[in-house]
Design a protein around this ligand. Structure first.
Ligand code: ADP
Length: 606
């Protein structure tokens, strides 16, 4: 038996692995178990085709055996095995050797993390943790076994070695521990178990570890059939809840789940969860969205953000598609067309699911909306309304017509025939909105209006401009039609306006107001509510609404004003008082509270 040289790239890759300070050396477990799984697949398919090969399900398995005395880990499978030629061909030459891109990357790149990230390294990853690797194998259908041994880039040897049954046994002789790197940790059963569950929980063949403290007794560590591959009709709510906890998606119970099964040009399965409340950091920059990505039961990446749009970033879960290779990297994923298609598809499924929940499980949907409504609103706001076609129907609003909430669709369905706008009012809370003097106009017409209590709400409606064919209209906006004025009134309003040169653009009378003497309406794009929001944000304090001061012509104060038309001193005082009151009604700050109070007190004393 002679020592053989590795093919040049293999040697280079092996050197890289040996000197690697790649932080995720654990992946060797994933790589070797996946190879075993492939080998088992091949044996299994062969037995299906060839009736002379006996088939017994229990004969297909993987065992992982640590040995502390010898500092070895052995991975044994009952798969197809390799003969001498295959050991040479497959392990002496890297499988990717035909791939020019891989060759170039090996030549250029120094960092194993980049190589692993882009191509994966399969069998050679053993050399990140082992100084010597032996592969003892016997091919299914052949009588003789062989062993392949290598102590690193110098070369390898292959010779005959008896093996009772077909399959492969890979033995890793771990490197010595150093101060920074304790390779012996891989000899601990709890860690091995944890790694197997992490990477290979859903591999289709049982993976056994020796049971602690028992001779010749084995424990199966992987759960094999992933929940997402099971028939959803046979699963209970509890199964999904347990899975949610097992996968550490959250500490809460999920509010709902979507079990996906798609077969077509791109096939995939998965389970998506809607948590019942946002993770603590959800509305912060630190939050990382993403779904787990599996390829045929083996985890590829723990969190793929490209699978979810930001506004559905709260969704947790897993997608499994055979259309991805095990070694696909994040960089490659970003370009990946299949991934984009799946992501688009998932988004549609989430929207459909939420709409169904909105219709059929209203109180559940309201819980959902309470928790994640802000995220959906941000989706519309940040896209400047671009996402409104997808997201508008998910919005909910309190309204003037009922205690619960309505969607825009429901609002439009029950709109009055002569109504041209979707009306809304803004304020801190429902009580404040219900007292708004401007509400009387729409109420008299019998129009329902939406209550917007979140400062971002109006910005969202502005971004959407309209829903269906109906533009949104703030009830505090300038009314489209003007009421007729006689000469006396025109003179009065013009004089009053002269006392508020910068404060208002116009003073008007109106006959629909009820108990309130005055109100402010806005003209143009900036509403009173927006002015209030801008006031709280540095840099936008000077953005103010154009205001119209509206006087209630049915209120006794109106006659008083008329009587002061020629008494400019009194008219100025009353104009200022009424304007300040109108600002107070809107929750706007007033310029001189002390002076205002003095004026009111003086009037009270009269
Ligand atoms: P890849 O798995 O990407 O092909 P690897 O370097 O991991 O690359 O493995 C190279 C080849 O060696 C495999 O394609 C397979 O043919 C063979 N091989 C590796 N491990 C096993 C095993 N446990 N049983 C049978 N064949 C194996």
């Amino acid at each position: 038996m002679t020592k053989r040289e590795f093919q040049a790239e293999s040697k280079r890759l092996m050197e890289l692995m040996i000197h690697s300070i790649y932080s995720n050396k654990d992946i060797f477990i994933r790589e070797l178990l996946s190879n075993s799984s492939d080998a088992l697949d091949k044996a299994y398919y062969l037995s299906l085709e060839d009736s002379t090969i006996p088939f017994n399900r229990n004969d297909y398995y993987i065992k992982v055996i640590p040995n502390k005395e010898q500092r070895t880990i052995t991975i044994l499978d009952t798969g197809i095995g390799m003969n001498a030629q295959e050991l040479e061909d497959h392990l002496g030459i890297i499988a990717k050797s035909g791939n020019n891109e891989f060759k170039t990357a090996l030549k250029q790149k120094k960092r194993p993390s980049e190589i692993i990230g882009e191509f994966g390294v399969g069998f050679y990853s053993s050399f990140m943790v082992a100084k010597k690797v032996s592969v003892h194998s016997r091919k299914l259908g052949e009588e003789i076994g062989h062993i392949w041994i290598s102590q690193g880039p110098d070369g390898y040897e292959v010779h005959e070695k008896k093996r009772d049954l077909p399959g492969t046994t890979i033995t890793l002789h771990l490197m010595e521990d150093t101060e920074n790197e304790k390779f012996s940790r891989y000899l601990e059963l709890p860690l091995l178990k944890q790694l197997i569950v992490h990477f290979s929980n859903y591999l289709r063949y049982p993976i056994y570890l020796p049971e602690i403290g028992k001779e010749d007794s084995w424990e199966q560590v992987n759960s094999m059939v992933p929940l997402w591959k099971k028939n959803k009709l046979k699963l209970t709510e509890e199964d999904y809840e347990n899975f949610y906890v097992e996968q550490q998606y959250g500490y809460d119970k999920p509010l709902d789940y979507i079990h996906i099964f798609v077969e077509g040009l791109i096939s995939y399965r998965g389970i998506l969860f809607i948590p019942s409340k946002p993770p603590i950091d959800y509305y912060s920059k630190d939050y990382k969205k993403g779904l787990q990505l599996y390829s045929n039961g083996v985890m590829i990446l723990d969190s793929v953000e490209e699978l979810l749009p930001d506004y559905f970033g709260f969704i947790k879960g897993v997608i499994d598609s055979e259309d991805f290779s095990l070694n696909i990297s994040r960089e490659m994923l970003q370009q990946n067309q299949e991934l984009k298609t799946i992501a688009k598809n998932i988004e549609t499924k989430i929207i459909q699911h939420l709409l169904k929940m909105q219709k059929c499980h209203r109180s559940k949907y309201e819980t959902f909306y309470q928790a994640f409504g802000p995220s959906i609103k941000m989706g519309i706001y940040e896209s400047f309304g671009g996402k409104k076609h997808k997201l508008a129907d998910l919005l909910l609003f309190k309204t003037s017509n009922q205690d619960g909430c309505v969607s825009l669709k429901e609002y439009v369905e029950r709109m009055k025939k002569d109504q041209d706008f979707i009306y809304y009012a803004t304020g801190h809370d429902v009580e404040q909105i219900e007292k708004l003097p401007q509400g009387t106009f729409v109420k008299k017409k019998g129009y329902e209006f939406l209550y917007l209590t979140d400062p971002i709400d109006e910005f969202i409606l502005k971004a959407m401009e309209s829903y269906d064919t109906y533009p949104f209209k703030n009830i505090s906006q300038e009314l489209p039609e003007r009421e007729e004025e006689d000469q006396v009134e025109t003179t009065l309003f013009q004089k009053m306006k002269a006392f508020l040169p910068h404060e208002v653009v116009e003073v008007r009378g109106s006959s629909y107001l009820e108990d309130d003497p005055v109100c402010i309406r806005s003209r143009g794009d900036i509403s009173i509510e927006m002015e209030r929001t801008f006031l709280t944000q540095p840099g936008t304090e000077n953005i103010i609404a154009q205001k119209i001061l509206e006087i209630n012509k049915n209120h006794p104060i109106y006659q008083t004003l008329i009587s002061f038309t020629e008494d400019e001193g009194m008219l100025e005082k009353y104009t200022n008082l009424l304007y300040t009151q109108a600002r107070l009604i809107e929750g706007l700050p007033i310029a001189d509270p002390v002076n205002h109070t003095r004026n009111i007190i003086n009037l009270l004393l009269k």
